[in-house]
Every structure is written in C-alpha cells, then in structure tokens.
Design a protein around this ligand. Structure first.
Ligand code: F0G
Length: 423
C-alpha cells in the first residue's frame, strides 16, 4: 500500500519485502467499472445457489473475482440484519440509528467474513495448516472454518481474559489451542515468526485476503439501505482490520460508481486500549504502542497492526476517533442488550461512541448513523452476569436487571411479581 510494489496472488507474503509496508489486494477497477452494477448484486439477493448465497461471496467480483467456486470455504456467512433502532437512537440522541449485527454470523462475530476469504486463500495456496493470535473471536472463527475445510487450525491465546464463549468454540471445533504467557500484541509477533518457520498460513488481519471479506460488511449495509449512503459508520477499533477494510470498501464503491459519496468513519476505542485515539490527538503522525487493559477483551490491543490502513481510511472518509471508558461500554451494552438484540462488550463501543460524538457536536442529531455490532451477546456471558449482579471491579451497573430468588410457592412468586416494574 505504500511503495506500490506488486506481488502475484499465489505468493505467500504478508508485508512488502521492499518497504516492509502492509499489502492490499488490488482489483482491476477499470474492468470492474464496466462489468458490474448495483443490479449485479441485487439480482443475487435471496438466492440459494452457492457461493452467492453468502453475504460475502454475493460480492465476489469485489472480493476475489477469479477464485474457482469449488475452492471457496463458506458456511455461508454474512446476510446479517440491519436493525432500525429507534429506542437506542433516542438514547444516543440521533433521529436515525441503524445497527448492523455482525454477531449474527455463523460463529457469532464479523470475523467469519474475513475467515471465509483467508481460508479460501489457504486452499488456493494448498496450505494445510492455518494459525492466528487472537483475543478470542478470530480463534473461534478460524477453528470453525479450518475444521469445515478439513485443515488444521492453530490458535494462540493470551494468558488471561479470554471470554469463555470464544475459548469454548475454539476447543469445540478442534483447533490446537495454545495459551501463551504473553498479551495479544506479543502473540501476534510470535505467530508470524512460528508460522514462517513451520510453513503455516497466518490468518490474522495482516492477511489482506481477510480484509477483502470484511469489506462486505460495508457493501451489504449500503445495499440494505437501497444503496443510499448513511452519514456515519461507527465501529470499534482494536487491531484496526475492520476500520481498514471499511475504508477500502468505501473507496472502491465510490471509484466504481456504486455510491456517489462516502460516509464518515468514526472509530471508537476503549480508553485503556487507545493507541489510535492518542495518535489522532497528535494529528495521526505516528503510533505509540500502549499496554492495553479493558473489560472489552476483544479489543485489548496496544499495538494495532493495521494502523497505517486505518489512517488511510480516516483520511479517505474525513473520519474521527473517539475513546470510551469501560463504565460507558458496559452501560451501553446493557442498553443494547435490553432492546432484545444484545452484543458483546467491545461492540457496545459503537453505540456509546455515537452518544459521545453527538454530545460533542461532531455527529449531528439529524444525521443517519450506522453502528456496527461486532460480536454476539453469548460470547462473553460472564460480563453480562457480573454486570447485572454488580460484581465488576470499578464499574457500577446503572441499568441492572437483578436475578430474583424465590421459594417454590405462588405466594412468594406473586410477591416478587407484584413489585416488578412494568416494562
Ligand atoms: N469487536 C470484536 C467483537 C472483536 O473480536 C474485535 C477484534 C474487534 C471488535 C476489533 O476489530 O481488530 O478489526 O479493529 N478481535 C480480534 C480477535 C483481534 O482476535 O478476535 P479490529
């Protein structure tokens, strides 16, 4: 992405051997401009035929145009709901808030959209072992897609704070799970070194084929809005793969004439894991890694590998970066859960991020906002139970739903229900 050096798609490579920079999958936009239109993708809506029944491969021309269909590893993913959420819109202070629920993917997070691209590429390359470092969701997704494709999956976990749902998934799907005595950032370095030594394919978001899949979150959202572009897209930022993919998707959609303007991107970080936010405060000149701590363990990342691509996305879209506290994250999560759709803690950054940006006057009350919910409510059940029983260190549950205990009598139950506030 920096020096413009090109490599063929069948080369196993993650960073440029000339300048060390990140790699982009480069599409032939001139050819695509004449060969695809909105109708190409609208006609595939609702099809039962693979691979177009996937919300990633519906956009195959924009993801991986010339890959053979029989190599595609798909569950199928995507086709997630875009919820018009008036109650949360009122809570954050805008007229129109949509939530794109990526927790509705096959393994419960947006990672499946990237993993279908990455595991497909592993098959193109003929590699049988795939690996990642993960705060949890990538490992669950890798484990599932590797198993589905008949490949060996390997996942490196940090030594603490992995949400139980994610750990359980990786083990259940049969990946080789290794708990390494290090944080996510160190694990990502290690997985790259070990993979190179042992000939294993790396499926972290440094892998550009993963980001091609994740682009479809944007494309599908805009198609669901009948190709009308919202004013804002708001997304949590950890390793910054999603933010980077969104920028590339939007840039390409505009270049192809499929949309007429770009929405603005708002990237929201936890204030204990905020290297991009700090960089933004300094004009995005450089990245200083931080030691990360947050209850939103999915985004407990101090040295985001996709920093340069995220900066590019911010420049393309006139984007902004905001930070939110763990208290704000958990209260927002309680609000989102309470509407009946739910999400994991990191996802709540999107909603409370909007609230904060509205308060600051950055997002206008009349603007249309799409928030991305990145993971499913069951990913981190501990966080839910501990919040509602007020057992989270340093966090006060402002929207608790206490669990009642009752004797097995009608009288005792009636007493509880008599004092229960109506919804
Ligand atoms: N939300 C959830 C639920 C995540 O799992 C992640 C990342 C993010 C947001 C941040 O996305 O890295 O693209 O900025 N989880 C990774 C993992 C790092 O290992 O599962 P990002």
């Amino acid at each position: 992405m920096d020096c413009g050096h090109q490599y063929p798609t069948d080369q196993i490579i993650y960073t440029c051997s000339v300048c060390g920079g990140l790699l982009d999958v480069q599409h032939d936009l001139d050819t695509l401009r004449t060969s695809i239109s909105r109708a190409t993708f609208d006609e595939r809506l609702g099809t039962l035929e693979r691979p177009y029944n996937s919300g990633v491969w519906r956009y195959k021309e924009l993801v991986y145009p010339d890959v053979a269909d029989d190599l595609i590893v798909s569950r199928p993913e995507g086709n997630t709901n875009l919820y018009d959420s008036p109650r949360l819109a009122a809570w954050v202070g805008v007229q129109k808030l949509y939530l794109k629920h990526e927790g509705e993917n096959p393994t419960g997070s947006f990672k499946d959209r990237g993993m279908t691209g990455g595991v497909t590429q592993a098959r193109v390359l003929g590699i049988n072992r795939v690996a990642c470092a993960s705060t949890g969701n990538t490992s669950a997704s890798l484990a599932a897609y590797a198993a589905w494709a008949g490949l060996d999956g390997i996942v490196f976990f940090q030594n603490k704070q992995i949400a139980l749902g994610k750990l359980a998934q990786a083990i259940a799907y049969g990946a080789t799970g290794i708990q390494v005595n290090a944080d996510f950032d160190r694990n990502l370095e290690l997985v790259r070194e070990v993979a190179e030594k042992l000939g294993i394919y790396v499926l972290n978001s440094i892998n550009p084929f993963r980001l091609e899949g994740q682009k479809t979150i944007m494309i599908e959202t805009i198609q669901q809005l009948r190709w009308r572009v919202p004013d804002w897209i708001v997304v949590p930022g950890g390793n910054l793969g999603n933010s980077s993919a969104f920028g590339k998707a939007l840039y390409e959609l505009k270049a192809l004439g499929l949309i007429d303007r770009l929405p603005r991107l708002a990237i929201i970080q936890a204030d204990g894991a905020n290297p991009l936010y700090r960089s933004y405060q300094n004009g995005l000149k450089s990245l200083e890694p931080v030691h990360a701590e947050t209850i939103a363990t999915a985004i407990k990342i101090g040295n985001p590998v996709n920093y340069r691509k995220a900066v590019r996305a911010l420049h393309w879209t006139g984007g902004v970066v905001e930070e939110v506290s763990d208290q704000e994250i958990m209260d927002a999560k309680a609000q989102i859960d309470r509407t009946g759709i739910g999400c994991e803690p990191a996802s709540a950054c999107s909603v409370v991020g909007v609230r904060k940006l509205v308060e600051k006057g950055v997002i206008g009350r009349n603007e249309t906002v799409v928030g991305i919910l990145t993971g499913h409510v069951l990913k981190d059940a501990d966080a839910v139970i501990n919040y509602h029983s007020n057992q989270l260190d340093g966090i006060e549950a402002h929207y608790p739903n206490h669990l009642h205990q009752s004797e097995a009598t009608v009288a005792a139950l009636s007493e509880i229900l008599a004092v229960r506030e109506p919804n």
